[in-house]
Ligand binder design. Sequence first.
Ligand code: SF4
Length: 588
Amino acid sequence: MSRPDQEDTSPANHLLELGPGEGSKVEHIKIESHHLRGQIVEELNQETSRFSEDHVQLIKFHGMYQQEDRDLRQTRKAAGAEKAYQFMIRSRIPGGAVTAEQYLVEDDLADRYGNSSLRVTTRQGFQLHGIIKGDIRATIKSINDALLSTLAACGDVNRNVMACAASATSPAHQRVQEIAHQIAMHLAPRSKAYHEIWLDGEKAVTVGESEEEQTVEPIYGPTYLPRKFKIGVAYPGDNCIDVYTQDIGLVAQIDGNEVTGFTVVIGGGMGMTHGKTETFPRLATPLADITPDQVLPVVGTIVTVQRDYGDRKNRKHARMKYVVEERGIAWFRAEVEHRLGYTLRDPSEIVFQDVDDHLGWHQQADGRWFLGLNIVNGRLKDTETQQTKTGLREVIKQFRPGIRLTGQQNILLTDIAEDQRTALEAKLNEYGISADPTTTGAYRFAMACPALPTCGLAVAEAERYLPDLVKEIETEMYELGLDGEPLSIRMTGCPNGCARPHMGDIGFVGRSKGIYNIYVGGDWANTRLNTLYASTVRTENIVSTLRPLLILWRDERQPAETFGDYCHRIGIEQLQERTTAAQVGIKG
Ligand code: SF4
């Protein structure tokens, strides 16, 4: 039994009670890795372009995925060459807060070792793509030299902690960011393997600690968590971090400039597997109200419950949402209270009015300004018409603003003096970057995951296809007299849900090459899941499938009713009935 106000830190977990061969393969890889070491160093030093299958799992904890350029797969196969292996390296950046200097390091690494693009992730981190094995160590070392880290950006641990990025808006916003940082530090793996492997073999030794004391994981234990774990901290009224999609969401309660507490929601998650009914997207359920002092013990304790009760046999069923769904919120709360040694207060009602994308100019609490810029799919790259990557680099070099990465994959440039605004905008314009968010058109509220060609799990395109699809939808809306009406659209190349496709007006989830399931009926503040409207729709039929729905919305909507709210009010079955005759490509 743990002390009151502190999470149960016993490393016991159910895998230790499983017999040989009972846990999933990844569970055994973890337990045999000696706290994430395995033979990573030995494999890193081998003259190969990739890691072994077991170590592909292990390196995720260090912040990277082994991938391949799938566009090259067939030609390389025909030529008898091995796959074009490469690595995605992700930085963990709580609340998306980086300095100008840190931004410039990531920007430089993208050119030096990557594919010359830098990606803002849907969880406010950075991803470098196209790193070859021989450059991994130098890349990670540079990231750490800039005081960032890739540790636990991936893997079965707490990932990047999200927080409202508009921290300069008020002291309470700033406090929300600080809490996210504290949670990230509290749940960071304590194993020294990361330092030993990537930072010149340096052993981070604390005088007086035995080797065992240095390597033990007081919260995770030797097998870490059954699956990835996600936490986000929201500012009241603004659901810009999609709080209901998190394993643990905290919604701040404020009194003036003070954060007085949080309402905790648990058990959210987007991932599912087509055809497996035991898997499903789920919204987080309210658990309790807590004080700021209770945040770390309560969050840590919730993590230990998932550590001990999450499914370690079936990874497709291993997220905490299934524990909450199957055992119930009352059981979960009783377990947390038992471990804490005190009773939690009932949760307050949460009300979100909006998802603020924070784009455009906003005045900060200190009188200076921040500018939110739309970055399509978070991809910082140069094209013929817009030199987003070069332009931002030059602006950041010249003006040295603070940087915040948002949960919609956009970038805020902060701490800009009044007399700098005109010059900064002019500099952006030189590179084709507009400070006016309305120029983004329908893509302003769209998001897609990377999918092909780099993601090994992708079965369909997402990032490379969504911009064209949104243009088609935009054209259709113009013809229907709906131009300028906001639509939130999300697309993923498989059902894992990285771009949170089950929230928002329209979600597209890849089924196979050129074929998607279409979901509609989410709400603008992302408090309601959308629902399957049409399955296995070919790309050439997507717009004609949506068209009858758009017409019904145009003709029947109530004042200010969004597309998602309209679809939800009418109901999917009725919509399907009323539109079937006009649709092409719906198979059921
Ligand atoms: Fe890859 Fe699927 Fe995630 Fe997209 S949703 S990045 S395809 S795992």
